[in-house]
Design a protein around this ligand. Structure first.
Ligand code: KIV
Length: 283
């Protein structure tokens, strides 16, 4: 598969070809996602929940994003890899945003950074883009602001809120974002943004008319342990069940002493009978 770039992704939007994106946080999974043909990978700060067990994304640090993103880039060199800027790595000042975006690109080899927000982060997006770093924006329900929203709630449902999301989308486009995640917004609003902007729109809980779709891998593959499933999440495979079945079978075999059987034992390099007798006698 040829390496995806900003240009190939924009060309896909122009041609009406849908774009696949999935989150990923480690090397093994990156190899699997790339082999399955995913075009863009998001090293999302959702890793705070999926990989670290926090209730939200707010505790994730720059150092943690760098460790996870490096592993993903090594596993999926053919994919376009986008790394999330964690909470408070870009809000404090434009200078800090640029320095942290630079670190994410330099220290991981990723292709773009993603930051949440609209009008409030215009200056940051512009400054990062001016440094030659592609930016994916993220508007609608932005999880880093869940406390301000009163939870993970659909945005853009009433007129004022819909106008705000639309304005956010135009603001981040004007600032230079080439891609924009639209999270948990009405499908019609996502369609309007997709049609009226040049940006590649990537929907999550935003209906079918975005240029592409993203899902958290653990959601799409039914790897959650708490059983919660948001309305927009489709389970494309029962990987959680498959892993549990495999681990259960392993535990059963170990307990029963049936693993490792002869098939899984180094017979040829085993001690000869004479040496075995000698060693047994020696101790
Ligand atoms: O962190 C993340 O995984 C995200 C997606 C949900 C879009 O931002």
């Amino acid at each position: 598969m040829a390496k995806e770039t900003v240009l190939t992704l924009l060309a896909k939007k122009a041609a009406g070809e849908k774009i696949s994106q999935m989150t990923c946080y480690d090397y093994t999974m990156a190899r699997l996602e790339a082999a399955a043909g995913v075009e863009t990978i998001l090293v999302g700060d959702s890793l705070g929940m999926t990989m670290q067990g926090y209730p939200d994304t707010l505790s994730v640090t720059m150092e943690e994003m760098i460790v996870y993103a490096r592993s993903v880039v090594r596993g999926a060199p053919e994919c376009f890899v986008i790394v999330d800027m964690p909470f408070m790595s870009y809000q404090v000042s434009v200078e800090q945003a640029v320095a942290n975006a630079g670190r994410l690109i330099k220290e991981t080899g990723a292709n773009a950074v993603k930051l949440e927000g609209g009008a409030a982060v215009k200056e940051q997006i512009k400054a990062i883009v001016d440094c030659g770093i592609p930016v994916c924006a993220h508007v609608g329900m932005t999880p880093q602001s869940a406390n301000a929203f009163g939870g993970f709630k659909v945005q853009g449902k009433d007129e004022a809120s819909a106008r705000r999301v639309l304005q956010d989308a135009f603001d981040v486009q004007e600032a230079g974002a080439f891609m924009c995640v639209l999270e948990c917004v009405p499908a019609t609003l996502a369609r309007i943004i997709t049609q009226k902007t040049r940006m590649v729109t990537i929907g999550i809980g935003a209906g079918p008319d975005c240029d592409g779709q993203v899902l958290v891998a653990q959601d799409a593959l039914a790897m959650g342990v708490d059983g919660f499933r948001p309305k927009f999440v489709k389970h494309f495979a029962q990987v959680g069940e498959c892993i549990q079945d495999g681990v259960r079978a392993y535990v059963e075999d170990v307990k029963a002493g049936t693993y490792p059987s002869e098939e899984f034992t180094y017979a040829k390099s085993d001690l000869g009978p004479a040496l075995a007798v000698e060693l047994e006698a020696a101790f």
